[in-house]
Design a protein around this ligand. Structure first.
Ligand code: ASP
Length: 362
């Protein structure tokens, strides 16, 4: 049968893979069905025009997804009762996703999480650290324009996400967006005005989707431990501080000293430099002494914190801040959340923060 849709084919290495073809011989007789679970949280992709403006419309996206069902691809869709604009996401919703992925892990070949773009990189990062021992694909996607818009990017993002979620040797959390497959804990939303919403500035793409899907398997992770998701401690108090010249370093130091924080991300200048503000340095030392941590990452999109590259990076390191290399702000937050949720404090926390866990930094 000549048709348009997903079908099972052999790749160059003679592996059986699921591909989307514009027109090819679909295997309808003995094709192995790929079964995916799609978790729909909200976001622009499933919105429609309402009297109040664009808003998620329950039932709309699951209906539109039906066009992707083929003899080779079956899926179930979970639409959450409260579809959100992702700017409203809180850790309890990440825990819900972790629970749903964990309880249905064995029943599906792969997973797609449909999500708003604003906090997509946070969710992908949290899942990357929390789904320890993941040996199946978890692909997060969304869109800049709703599916009901004639120029929506959602259709291609969904097609790419479903195809990536059908790769049995992809054992990590990724973002599929604008014809790229990106490592979830390396991706950032870098553009709110074009379809090129996401990139991973310090890491290569894991696939590029064109007429062919160009899988960059040499960059894919391999699961090395049994699947054991981490339960998040949703009561943790984490904060990020973006330094600006002037009062910001003092404010950050005060919050670290007195703000009841469990840990903090400090977004410093360049290669990890800060002013030697005694209030900031005392705050870092105090939070560290309480068993928490201050993770020092750069405000700059490309490049990394390198203690010692400049003398101005030393006081913060001496006060106890951990150098976060080229961690994204999203991954830094997620790494702290997951490690603290595992109960790590003090030296054990510092040691794990300095260890590359899921290829989140160079
Ligand atoms: N504000 C929306 C959200 O993050 C933006 C989007 O989905 O593109 O839910």
């Amino acid at each position: 049968m000549l048709s348009r849709g997903f079908c099972h084919c052999r790749d160059a290495a003679d592996r059986r893979v699921l591909r989307y073809h514009a027109g090819c011989l679909m295997l309808t007789k003995d094709a192995t069905m790929t079964r995916l679970l799609i978790l729909y949280t909200g976001g622009t992709i499933g919105m429609d025009h309402t009297p109040e403006g664009l808003a998620p419309v329950p039932g709309l996206l699951p209906r539109l997804l039906e066009r992707f069902r083929t003899p080779a691809l079956d899926f179930d869709v979970v639409e959450y009762p409260q579809l959100i604009d992702s700017s409203a996401i809180v850790p309890a919703q990440w825990q819900q996703l972790i629970d749903d992925l964990a309880t249905r892990y064995a029943a599906y070949d792969g997973f797609v999480v449909i999500h708003g773009t604003d906090t997509m990189a946070y969710t992908a990062s949290v899942l990357a650290f929390a789904l320890q021992g993941l040996a199946k694909p978890v692909i997060v996607t969304g869109a800049q324009l709703p599916l009901v818009h004639p120029r929506s990017d959602g259709w291609s993002n969904l097609a790419d996400a479903l195809e990536a979620a059908s790769q049995p040797d992809l054992h990590e959390v990724c973002i599929a967006f604008n014809r790229l497959l990106l490592r979830g804990c390396r991706a950032r939303k870098l553009d709110a005005a074009s379809f090129a919403g996401f990139d991973s500035p310090n890491a290569p793409a894991l696939a590029r989707f064109g007429i062919q899907a160009h899988w960059q398997r040499q960059h894919w992770l391999r699961a090395s431990q049994p699947f054991q998701p981490v339960a998040l401690d949703v009561s943790l108090k984490l904060a990020s501080f973006f330094l600006t010249p002037g009062y910001a370093s003092t404010l950050a130091g005060q919050a670290m000293q007195e703000g009841g924080l469990d840990a903090a991300v400090l977004m410093s200048y360049g290669n990890g430099n800060t002013p030697a503000d005694p209030v900031l340095l005392d705050g870092v030392a105090a939070l560290t002494a309480r068993g928490g941590a201050v993770l020092n990452i750069s405000q700059v999109v490309h490049g990394a914190v390198e203690v010692g590259a400049y003398a101005a990076s030393q006081p913060l390191a001496r006060a106890g801040a951990i150098a976060g290399a080229d961690l994204t702000p999203e991954a830094a937050t997620a790494k702290l959340l997951v490690l603290l949720s595992q109960g790590l404090r003090g030296d054990a926390l510092r040691q794990q923060l300095s260890t590359v866990l899921v290829s989140e930094s160079s």
